[in-house]
Design a protein around this ligand. Structure first.
Ligand SMILES: Cc1cc2nc3c(=O)[nH]c(=O)nc-3n(C[C@H](O)[C@H](O)[C@H](O)COP(=O)(O)OP(=O)(O)OC[C@H]3O[C@@H](n4cnc5c(N)ncnc54)[C@H](O)[C@@H]3O)c2cc1C
Length: 392
């Protein structure tokens, strides 16, 4: 019998990984996330389970003890967590932040940190880029790192550094030479691996920020923090370049989480519309109820294709700036549209805590703003893809 039929082909090459993630997530149902949300507590047990299963080491090469998977599989892992009703934001940075170290770190840095990260002995969950004064204008950041002998002395402030209280290391970007002296706009920034354990409460102060969803975000102050010169990643002054490709990975992975959210909202809305009866018939029989769900589904599928294309391009080493941004924009819009539709479909119950919809609604709203806001993506596309004049 011919074996090369359409039916014989596995429609999803990540099916096995997805099934394993789903099995793990089954141990962390809605009431687990609801309790943490109420207490604004960190999902310690969930992150430990993911680490133990090796999912957070997905992108670490096997020679360093990781799983050696690609961004395509990493995206499938995060999408599945969200499609199961969980929240990968508790730990997703561990996947992509490590990439800067992997691609630009020295042999000694990689040998020191990557096996420990893969084993779960050390956590690299914090990524310190955003500052209160510069915001989206990253090149205007003010935190400084000044060389003193074999150390750098760091002074300044970061905001929205998520998971810093639950991380041992932070990837920090700081200015090592004044902007006015830089030959290129993007020169003069450097990236450091900061050991948060050594200086907390003295030269590093971390203050949690309570937000509309459970996100463990913080504000961090550096006051004469001394970081060994060995912790500089790559060449001094070239840090912006190093974190850019990491940012593409971040956008693609978070876009995958949005696809997972959209799938969760659509599944919930569809199930409810099939079963809820009002005026003697199921609400899903009304086009006014079913069309928005169908539209959200179409939007999600289109965004899913773009996330797939962006991940493929990233993995092949091709330039994927446009695709990563498109994926993030379309997926965040798709999850937000699906969230809105899901609430509307549920009527009053959409607002009830025990349905998890209002929690997921708050969680997925973030992705219109972080890690890059929608306007900044549109500005990127206008300038770099369409060749329109720079608007800022
Ligand atoms: C919960 C949470 C977690 C986060 N986690 C991290 C983290 O771990 N690490 C980290 O470094 N950062 C993190 N961020 C920061 C996030 O990346 C920024 O909030 C985001 O990039 C926007 O920056 P901003 O908040 O300073 O907004 P601003 O830059 O002040 O912008 C405000 C608004 O103005 C718009 N705007 C600004 N300039 C323009 C322009 N030229 N054209 C059109 N519109 C414009 C923006 O789109 C936005 O809507 C997090 C943020 C949140 C809320």
């Amino acid at each position: 019998m011919a074996s090369n039929t359409f039916e014989d082909q596995d429609p999803d090459p990540q099916a096995q990984i997805r099934a394993s993630v789903r099995a793990l997530c089954a141990n962390f149902p809605g009431d687990y996330w609801r309790r943490l949300d109420r207490e604004r507590a960190y999902p310690v047990e969930f992150v430990e389970a993911l680490t133990k299963a090796g999912f957070l080491a997905a992108l670490i090469p096997e020679e360093y003890g990781g799983s050696g998977l690609t961004l395509i599989e990493a995206a499938a892992i995060l999408e599945e967590i969200h499609a199961c009703g969980g929240n990968g934001a508790a730990c997703h940075a561990q996947m992509y932040t490590m990439g800067t170290l992997l691609r630009h770190g020295s042999g000694a840095q990689k040998a020191r940190w990557l096996p420990a990260l893969a084993a779960g002995d050390v956590r690299l969950q914090a990524f310190g880029v955003t500052e209160p004064t510069s915001g989206s204008d990253m090149l205007n950041l003010r935190t400084t790192a000044v060389r003193e002998g074999d150390h750098y002395v760091i002074n300044g402030q970061k905001i929205w550094t998520s998971r810093a209280e639950h991380s041992d290391l932070m990837l920090l970007i700081a200015r090592t030479s004044p902007r006015e002296l830089a030959a290129k706009r993007t020169d003069g920034l450097s990236v450091f691996l900061v050991d948060l354990r050594l200086a907390q409460g003295t030269t590093i102060n971390i203050n949690p920020i309570r937000t509309m969803m459970n996100h463990a975000s913080t504000q961090i102050f550096f006051d004469d923090l001394r970081v060994p010169g060995d912790n500089l990643i790559g060449e001094e002054g070239q840090g912006f370049r190093y974190i850019l490709s990491g940012m593409n990975a971040e956008r693609i992975l978070i876009a995958a989480e949005c696809i997972g959210d959209a799938k969760w909202f659509i599944a919930r809305a569809t199930a409810y519309a099939k079963e809820r009866e009002v005026f003697g018939r199921r609400i899903g029989q009304n086009q006014g109820v079913q069309f928005p769900i169908a539209r959200a589904y179409a939007q999600m599928r289109a965004a899913e294709l773009m996330v797939g294309e962006a991940a493929q391009r990233y993995q092949s080493g091709a330039d994927c700036g446009a695709e990563a941004n498109l994926a993030k924009l379309l997926a965040a819009d798709a999850s937000w549209a699906a969230a809105e539709t899901c609430v509307q479909t549920h009527g009053g119950f959409g607002f009830a805590e025990e349905f998890d919809i209002e929690r997921k609604f708050r969680e997925t709203r973030l992705y219109q703003v972080a890690p890059i806001s929608t306007n900044l993506i549109l500005a990127y596309l206008a300038e770099h893809v369409l060749g329109l004049p720079r608007s800022y």
